[in-house]
Design a protein around this ligand. Structure first.
Ligand code: IMP
Ligand code: MG
Length: 184
């Protein structure tokens, strides 16, 4: 099946490249032998990556509980206060657990920094971060992902869970929005 074409979007990482990357990432995570693992998928953008990573982890005999958190990052996107708010919280305790935060993009880092600090404050034993896309040029706070799908320049990317104006999340590949700048 060929990749669905979208006007104004240039394919960057194909579905096949993404799948291969996730297979090796899952093996890497499994080597760390997480215990009592809680995977926290950051909505909305992390839903596709989270689903694929969870299944790849199960093929490596890693068992987990899966929860979801929804965080607003408008402050970060507008480059103002950088304030992050919880829109929907996870529904389970994290105390003494290994937590894997799963998100689509690590850009300014404010969202994942907030999420990591939140889990540590709640008593997590270890918090690791898996990000599908790392855009180090956008960083505004000191944070790094433990597992990165792809590192890319400061493009505005869509597909594979990521949106521009609520569109394109369903695309099986990651593409760059070309015609309206970076969309931010
Ligand atoms: P942060 O700037 O690292 O806090 O990232 C905030 C959120 O903005 C990410 O989790 C994404 O959901 C979203 N985001 C950042 N860059 C992009 C992008 O290029 N495309 C789509 N969403 C993005
Ligand atoms: Mg996100």
């Amino acid at each position: 099946m060929s990749a669905p074409h979208r006007e104004g979007i240039r394919p960057l990482y194909s579905a096949e490249e993404i799948a291969a990357r996730i297979t090796s990432m899952a093996a890497e995570i499994a080597e760390r032998r997480p215990e009592n693992l809680l995977a926290v998928i950051v909505l909305k953008g992390g839903f596709v990556f989270g689903a694929d990573l969870a299944r790849a982890l199960s093929l490596n005999d890693v068992a987990m509980e899966i929860e979801f958190i929804s965080l607003s990052s408008y402050g970060a996107r507008l480059k103002t206060s950088g304030e992050v708010r919880i829109l929907r919280d996870i529904g389970c305790p994290v105390e003494n657990r290994d937590v894997l935060l799963v998100d689509d993009v690590l850009d300014s880092g404010l969202t994942l920094r907030f999420a990591r600090d939140l889990m540590l404050t709640r008593g997590a034993h270890r918090v690791e971060i898996a990000a599908m896309i790392d855009k180090p040029e956008g960083r505004k706070t000191e944070i790094a992902a433990d597992y990165v799908g792809f590192t890319c320049p400061d493009y505005f990317v869509v597909g594979y869970g990521m949106d521009a104006g609520h569109a394109h999340r369903e695309l099986p590949y990651v593409g760059v929005v070309e015609d309206n700048g970076r969309g931010k």
